[in-house]
Design a protein around this ligand. Structure first.
Ligand SMILES: Nc1ncnc2c1[nH]c(=O)n2[C@H]1C[C@H](O)[C@@H](COP(=O)(O)OP(=O)(O)OP(=O)(O)O)O1
Length: 158
């Protein structure tokens, strides 16, 4: 991994045509609805990081995860590249609870609040919701403007 790269996770939870999102209460992405996740620590695998972040941010304990996408984000003027590994939770235990970082809420899959989410989400969620694996790259100016992007369907993910 290059010193300019940070590995993060984004964990998506669904049930019966609804998706669980959390309103970020602090830090990066504050005020936006998003899946759950964060930076992977040095002493854990990406999947272990995903499980830890989901529990820390929502109280849910993931029992089975599947990687569904990898998204890279760059911001003009910032050398750091964020590599976000997106996971679908196939099985979990517990009920979502509000935490210091997130206020969780179920949304019907046809009423995802894209206007209050990262602008890239409306581009790749349709693939995710159809069960299609994907890779994406997004160059941002600030946090609201995508200057360019690529998004491709893939058969396999590392
Ligand atoms: N553009 C975009 N779309 C969708 N999701 C994301 C982005 N950029 C992102 O960073 N994310 C996701 C990836 C992670 O799930 C979070 C960001 O994690 P962050 O809060 O920075 O990491 P933590 O380790 O929880 O941070 P601390 O608060 O503990 O320092 O957003």
């Amino acid at each position: 991994m290059s010193t300019n790269q940070k590995i993060l996770t984004l964990v998506m939870v669904r049930k019966a045509n609804a998706i669980l999102l959390g309103l970020k209460k602090r830090g990066f992405g504050e005020g936006k609805w998003n899946g759950f996740g964060g930076k992977v620590e040095n002493d854990e695998t990406v999947a272990e990081g995903a499980i830890r972040e989901l529990e820390e941010e929502s109280g849910l304990v993931a029992k089975c995860l599947k990687k569904v996408g990898i998204l890279e984000f760059e911001f003009v003027g910032n050398p750091i590249v964020l590599e976000v590994h997106v996971f679908d939770v196939l099985q979990y235990e517990g009920e979502p609870v509000e935490t210091e970082e997130m206020q969780p809420q179920w949304f019907p899959e046809d009423s995802v609040p894209y206007e209050k989410m990262w602008p890239d989400d409306i581009l790749w969620y349709p693939l995710y919701l159809k069960g299609i694996k994907f890779k994406g790259y997004f160059l941002y100016q600030g946090h609201d403007t995508i200057l360019k992007y690529t998004l491709t369907q893939v058969d396999h993910l590392p």
